[in-house]
Design a protein around this ligand. Structure first.
Ligand code: ADP
Ligand code: MN
Ligand code: MN
Ligand code: MN
Length: 334
């Protein structure tokens, strides 16, 4: 038997954006535990806006687990929050996702890094030079000093944990970065995204750096942060067809407000029709169009309207569970 360190991770009850929470317990196993071997656990929901003090117990139900890259015998345990009677807690957005092993999602997470209350690379109280050379930029004047060290280390941590991290790039604004996560299964990419966010936050603690997930931290002529959601179902990939595509788009148009409601707060500041976005009150799709709500890749049309689509509206603070849930409901209605 060996002692394992289990770091349970869950989402609290804050709105409009839940926070990640974590606590650790030590358990003995013969070898790296399976998900089924990980016990349910509890926490004080009155400290996380998930329960009253008089009836404070919430249940943590392990739903995905990963080896923890920086802890000996460490396990990262992503959990759903349940009520004592076994029902999903109202804050549990994961439980609302339709089960579909053949739904695939790819999320592109953009974010800013901040130190001492300012964006990394910005002079204190002032602004960096205008956007232009930062996107995929190289060199101190473009990416500053510790930004790349952090994003590279984060990439390594994710890969070691078995998270399907697909790549990184410096973004259009200074101090802004992106990583992509892809997963097969309706809940899989979202699980991995939350754990990747957790690893980034925990890594940044060591640098005295904060992640600013807000979709528009810089007013004016600066790009905001999105979390484009690329999605496909088995029917979209295997059958496809122009008629089915048009039906899906009609369903998206009809549910436009329901989508915006779960695509992250303050999105009106980001979806302005400028900076590669469509405005928040319009729905549009376009082939290779980065100013549309939904971008249709060239490959999709060339393959007979088969493949994946990119919803460009979700923002960097969006909950990937709520986003995946809404997208699959809308497709199911088509
Ligand atoms: P861009 O910045 O041009 O929008 P990225 O390469 O950053 O493109 O992101 C594309 C995303 O699409 C990746 O996360 C990738 O995993 C995802 N993706 C590719 N194929 C599929 C598919 N069939 N279903 C769902 N997502 C997909
Ligand atoms: Mn991208
Ligand atoms: Mn991007
Ligand atoms: Mn994109």
């Amino acid at each position: 038997m060996a002692k394992y360190r289990l770091d349970y991770i869950w989402l609290d009850g804050y709105t409009p954006v839940p926070n990640l929470r974590t606590k650790c317990c030590i358990k003995e196993f013969e070898e790296f535990p399976t998900l089924e071997q990980l016990p349910e656990w509890g926490f004080d929901g009155s400290s996380t806006l998930q329960a009253d003090g008089s009836d404070s117990d919430c249940i943590l139900k392990p739903v995905a687990h990963f080896p923890d890259p920086t802890r000996e015998n460490g396990v990262l345990v992503m959990c759903e929050v349940m009520l004592p009677n076994g029902d999903p807690h109202p804050s549990n957005t994961r439980a609302t996702i339709l089960d579909d092993p053949d739904a695939w999602f790819g999320f592109e997470q953009e974010y800013f890094l901040e130190k001492d209350g300012g964006i990394l690379g910005f002079p204190k109280g002032g602004y960096a030079g205008p956007q232009g050379e930062y996107y995929c930029g190289v060199g101190y004047k473009n990416v500053g000093d510790i930004g790349r060290a952090i994003v590279d280390e984060h990439l390594d941590l994710c890969l070691y944990a078995g998270i399907n991290h697909e790549g990184i790039n410096a973004e259009v604004a200074k101090g802004q970065w992106e990583f992509q996560i892809f997963g097969k299964g309706s809940k899989n990419a979202a699980d991995q995204m939350w754990v990747a966010r957790f690893l980034l936050l925990r890594l940044c603690e060591e640098y005295g750096v904060d992640v600013n997930w807000h979709c528009k931290p810089l007013k004016g002529d600066w790009n905001g942060s999105g979390m484009h959601a690329n999605f496909s179902t088995a029917k979209m990939r295997d059958e496809g067809g122009e008629d089915y595509f048009k039906a899906i788009m009609a369903s998206f148009e009809k549910n436009c407000h329901e989508h915006i409601a779960v695509y992250g707060p303050d999105n009106d500041q980001r979806l302005t029709g400028l900076h590669e976005t469509q405005s928040i009150d319009k729905f549009s799709w376009g082939i290779a169009d980065r100013g549309a709500s939904i971008r249709v890749p060239h490959s999709f049309v060339n393959n007979g309207y088969k493949g994946y689509l990119e919803d460009r509206r979700p923002n960097s603070q969006g909950d990937p569970y709520a986003i995946a849930s809404r997208i699959l409901k809308t497709i199911a209605e088509a």
